[in-house]
Design a protein around this ligand. Structure first.
Ligand code: APR
Length: 309
């Protein structure tokens, strides 16, 4: 059986590391695309030269020509600017929506049957933009955010309790911004609900850290934003889709008549398989969680309205 094909637009930090994870896990062949001449080909070759040592078989190629994305099963869009210290994700909106416009036109032209995963920030607005501009059905346009935010919360829980990350599950919904909604109640260690293991104060502290986790890294790096965890989260979603695993992963999906919403991309748990978003799972929210979720949705709506799409 021929390998699946993933194209990654933007071969910067997140894009190149996504290619590495996807190769390492033998999920698919990868085409890295960027506007910087030669750079994607150089990074792809470097990864190929690591493959004998790491022991994986996958073809990673780099190009400046969008024609090479033809036949992609999945297209991951990371093209755009990353945050610098002092910036919020929404400060990137004008520049990144202009970049996305050009990128999506090429995806529609060369890979019209693909599933798109958007990574570029501000995530919820960019995924909405990609959906509108592509004309793709909503189940084929997905934003990567909840997989990352949940992984961060899982890491913090594991560090706090001194337990294996393998046993920790966590759920973060809402937008990919400081208004995201980490759900302590839906987080578990080997099936044990977090409130049985930690005080309400400690859970709140971990949830607060999760909301600001991207900013914590931006402040430390000073020259850009996180990429190891974001790219690992991209690979997790790619694997779920391309191997038709039906994984339930929080991600930014189009919610219409779900969660009482009338058409907005926001992070909620979704079943991912070969058709893209195969089901949106509605979980019960208490009044505080619902209020936080509504606030997050309102913030997304305001940014989307400003785009005038
Ligand atoms: N077409 C293709 N690639 C582009 C385009 C374009 N029109 N415009 C910019 N790029 C490329 C840049 O050349 C760069 O290589 O996008 C890449 C972005 O990489 P980085 O600057 O390293 O940024 P990165 O850390 O990967 O973040 C990318 O993901 O997490 C988000 O907030 C983050 O929006 C940012 C995006």
């Amino acid at each position: 059986m021929a390998r699946k094909k993933v194209s990654i637009i933007g071969a910067g930090h997140v894009g190149a590391h996504s290619a590495l994870w996807i190769g390492l896990k033998e999920i698919a062949d990868v085409v890295l695309v960027d506007i910087v001449e030669g750079m994607p080909a150089g990074k792809a070759l470097d990864i190929m030269e690591a493959s004998p040592v790491a022991g994986f078989d996958a073809c990673i190629a780099g190009t400046n020509d969008y024609a090479d994305i033809a036949g992609s099963d999945l297209v991951v869009i990371t093209a755009g600017l990353a945050r610098k210290p002092g910036m919020s994700r929404s400060d990137l909106i004008d520049k990144n929506s202009a970049i996305l416009k050009g990128v999506v036109a090429e995806v529609v032209r060369y890979a019209p049957d693909s599933i798109i995963i958007v990574v570029t920030n501000p995530l919820d607005v960019m995924v909405h933009t990609a959906w509108k501009l592509s004309g793709f059905p909503p189940e084929r346009v997905i934003g990567m955010a909840g997989a990352l935010d949940s992984s961060r919360l899982r890491a913090f829980i594991a560090m706090e309790l001194g337990v294996s990350v393998e046993d920790v599950q966590a759920m973060v919904i809402g937008g990919h911004a400081d208004e995201m909604v980490p759900l302590g109640r839906y987080s578990t260690v080997a099936g044990i609900p977090l409130p049985q293991l930690l005080s309400a104060e400690r859970i709140d502290a971990l949830m607060e850290r999760t909301k600001k986790a991207g900013g914590e890294i931006v402040a430390l790096l000073k020259t850009g934003s996180a990429y190891y965890a974001p790219s690992a989260a991209v690979a997790e979603m790619a694997e779920a889709i391309l191997k038709d695993k039906k994984r339930v992963i929080p991600c930014a999906v189009y919610c219409k008549d779900r969660y009482g919403l009338d058409g907005v991309f926001v992070g909620v748990p979704a079943k991912l398989g070969s058709s893209g978003v195969e089901e949106i799972i509605e979980i019960e929210l208490d009044s505080r969680e619902r209020a936080d979720f509504d606030r997050s949705v309102a913030a997304i709506r305001e940014l989307v309205a400003g785009l005038g799409l």
